[in-house]
Ligand binder design. Structure first.
Ligand code: ADP
Ligand code: MG
Length: 233
């Protein structure tokens, strides 16, 4: 599903340059649940943003579902992003003046899905994350965990091939984090390919494979025995 080779990325600010990714090689197969671990500043978000086509590497190759991701114009990139990728963020990134249902429906609106189908589909994804009763509430009427569930429903609504989550539990307390991880594990059990960036060891162990990033390089990449989040909720 994902294949990257010798990926490099530097940030240039004025005269100085910060080499953040120093030759990353890895691949992810369909159906995997992978965490990218590392301390703050190790380059996790940079890597995830490149995988999410929100940023571009300086060199190296990236193929997503066999499509080479290189020198795409913004229109093509947006189309690929819409078709292949769903995003989940630490800060939820919901639109505050839209209901939970309308937040979930927004990507479908951009895909040109007709209103009736859009609303039915969005509602069914809200049901899936356990929020059917909250469809017409605004984000500020929801708890952090509920907001992240809305964000997950929104990410799923466009039926992406891969879910990319940057510190999805970073703003949540431990119990709520595990509830969200339980949901993510369930979505992966159904076959979805999911990548999670986290700096938390317990969260990483709820995935099936931990890729350890340090100073811009992968220092370890191991299959782990998955800890089920449900047991800790
Ligand atoms: P992580 O997500 O692991 O905390 P990041 O990928 O966000 O790490 O950042 C890696 C390094 O790159 C950090 O030192 C950070 O300050 C720097 N960095 C991130 N984004 C930018 C940017 N847009 N411009 C300049 N430096 C950046
Ligand atoms: Mg980060």
């Amino acid at each position: 599903m994902i294949e990257i080779t010798d990926l490099h990325k530097s940030y240039k600010t004025g005269a100085s340059s910060l080499h953040v990714l120093k030759g990353i090689n890895f691949s992810v197969k369909e159906g995997e649940l992978v965490s990218i671990m590392g301390s703050s500043g190790s380059g996790k978000s940079t890597l995830l943003n490149i995988l999410g086509m929100l940023d571009e590497a300086d060199s190296g190759s990236y193929t997503l579902d066999n499509f080479p991701i290189k020198n795409l114009n913004e229109k093509v990139a947006a189309k690929y992003r819409n078709k292949f990728l769903g995003f989940i963020f630490q800060s939820f990134n919901l639109i505050n003046y839209k209901s939970a249902l309308d937040n979930v429906a927004l990507p479908l609106y951009y895909q040109g899905v007709a209103r009736k189908e859009r609303m039915e589909k969005s509602f069914s994804y809200l049901e899936k994350v356990g929020l059917a009763d909250w469809a017409h509430h605004l984000p500020n009427e929801l708890s952090g965990g509920q907001k992240q569930r809305v964000a997950i429903a929104r990410a799923l609504a466009s039926e992406p091939k891969v879910l990319l989550a940057d510190e999805p539990t970073g703003a949540l307390d431990t119990k709520t984090s595990y509830e969200v991880m339980d949901l993510i594990q369930g979505i992966n059990d159904e076959g979805k390919t999911i990548l999670i960036v986290t700096h938390e060891d317990d969260i990483a162990h709820m995935t099936k494979r931990i890729v350890n990033l340090k100073d811009g390089l992968i220092i370890d990449d191991s299959i782990v025995k998955q800890v089920r989040a449900k047991a800790h909720v």
